[in-house]
Write a protein that binds this ligand. Structure first.
Ligand code: T4K
Length: 403
């Protein structure tokens, strides 16, 4: 027979433990059963994709400017309010071809705080990247630092609307105009963003958009160039199709970078939901901002001004180790323990990758280095449940108290 006194003592001990636990740690948070990734592609109803596939089967036309791609291209023209649209198999090749078609050579001023494809596109065109620091609010190229980096070899500025945040458009345009430089935007993250009611593609000489599966808006994989000079359309069309002008004429050494019919089909189907995707992103961001507002050491980019319609493609926060009590890397690991896979976009900086480490940089890149050490992109995507966001915020709040 179990001694009643010791049973009581055990029960008392458990209650005390629970009280202490609840006092200091609150209710225990369970790890997610399924992984929560930084993003998940939005998928249209499968019946719609099947119906579209049937059309492709009936056409027996799979790539090379097929009818679905032409339809997609017309829709994007309408969406972006221009005829100067060219579609590609991915954003990287779009940018590479864009730089080539624009005839960019020598040196290009660019940002180290980006996905490495931005710099690769320069490298593949034998262009020297000149890295300049970013501004601390939205992590875009700092116009104040651009001018000092211009040399007689500079031909262009390649800035990135990183996380979909518009660059300092007026300042960059002014510098480009005064120095007779091309202004090119890597708008991989920025589809759907508008400024003063104009599509973001309206700004600069050319913008590249990525329609990769991880993007807010996608076409499985895909890329798009929007450009101001009407004359470039045929050049881009040649360059993405081996340089063919017709069956018997090759007018330039092109490559193969064509978008296929399945990609175009997905693009058409997802485009119908763009507004819903943006709206859900807005709700998610508002929730993160509200729940984490009082957490010391968690910093959000400032709210955007009313003239910008943002697309909520990413949810970056900065973790200040001293204030939060845990470094960004520790929080990243802690979230993983709960099956939450936030991402350190964009750490390391491009300038820290082995293939670009030796590129000489005159700028000390102080802001970019600091941001790269503090940045963390939290999960945001259409299917992310509201109570999952609650739980992610709880984990972050509890982490700040040291569990
Ligand atoms: N310029 C900039 C500024 C860019 O950010 C990018 C691409 C480019 C140029 C080049 O554009 P593309 O050539 O890619 O069109 C991802 C993407 O692959 C890349 O497109 C994107 N930027 C970059 C920021 O993110 P990873 O290495 O982080 O992808 P991954 O495979 O780790 O995916 C991230 C998460 O997404 C996974 O943890 C799970 C989820 N996921 C991913 C895929 C592919 C899914 O749920 N389903 C999927 O099908 O690079």
């Amino acid at each position: 027979m179990v001694n009643q006194e010791s049973q009581f003592a055990t029960a008392q001990g458990s209650v005390a433990f629970l009280l202490v636990y609840t006092k200091y740690f609150g209710i225990m948070i369970k790890p997610f059963k399924k992984p929560i990734f930084v993003t998940r592609p939005f998928l249209p109803p499968i019946e719609e994709f099947s119906a579209g596939l049937q059309e492709i089967w009936d056409n027996q036309w799979l790539t090379n400017e097929g009818p679905v791609l032409q339809r997609f291209s017309r829709q994007l023209s309408q969406q972006c309010d221009t005829d100067n649209v060219c579609l590609f198999t991915n954003g990287t090749l779009a940018l590479q071809i864009g730089l080539q078609g624009l005839g960019i050579t020598g040196e290009v001023i660019t940002t180290p705080f980006t996905f490495v494809a931005t710099t690769h596109a320069l490298y593949w065109n034998k262009i020297r990247p000149v890295f300049v620091d970013i501004e601390p609010d939205y992590y875009t190229l700092d116009p104040d630092k651009v001018e000092a980096a211009i040399t007689p070899w500079t031909t262009a500025i390649l800035a990135v609307h990183v996380f979909g945040y518009p660059c300092k458009l007026d300042e960059l345009a002014d510098i480009a105009r005064r120095h007779n430089l091309k202004l090119i935007y890597d708008a991989a993250h920025a589809f759907g963003v508008t400024v003063d009611g104009k599509q973001i593609s309206h700004f600069g000489d050319m913008s590249m958009f990525s329609f990769h599966a991880t993007k807010l808006y996608h076409s499985l994989e895909g890329g798009m160039l929007i450009f101001q000079d009407d004359g470039l359309k045929s050049t881009f069309d040649y360059l993405k199709n081996f340089g063919f002008k017709n069956e018997v004429e090759v007018v330039m050494p092109g490559t193969n970078a064509k978008m296929n019919e399945m990609q175009a089909l997905m693009g058409i189907l997802v485009l119908k939901h763009l507004d819903d995707l943006i709206e859900k992103g807005r709700v998610i961001e508002a929730m993160y901002r509200e729940r984490l507002a009082e957490v010391p050491g968690i910093h959000f980019p400032p709210e955007l001004t009313a003239n910008i319609r943002y697309n909520y493609a990413y949810m970056p926060i900065e973790v200040n180790e001293k204030e939060f009590g845990m470094s960004r890397d520790m929080l990243y690991e802690k979230l993983r323990e709960y099956n939450v896979f936030a991402r350190k976009y964009f750490y390391p900086l491009v300038t820290d990758f082995a293939c670009y480490k030796n590129v000489q940089t005159r700028d000390s890149l102080t802001v970019a280095n600091g941001v790269a050490d503090r940045i963390l992109c939290l999960p945001t995507y259409y299917d992310l449940a509201i109570d999952s966001i609650e739980r992610i915020c709880e984990i972050i709040i509890k982490s700040s108290s040291g569990i």
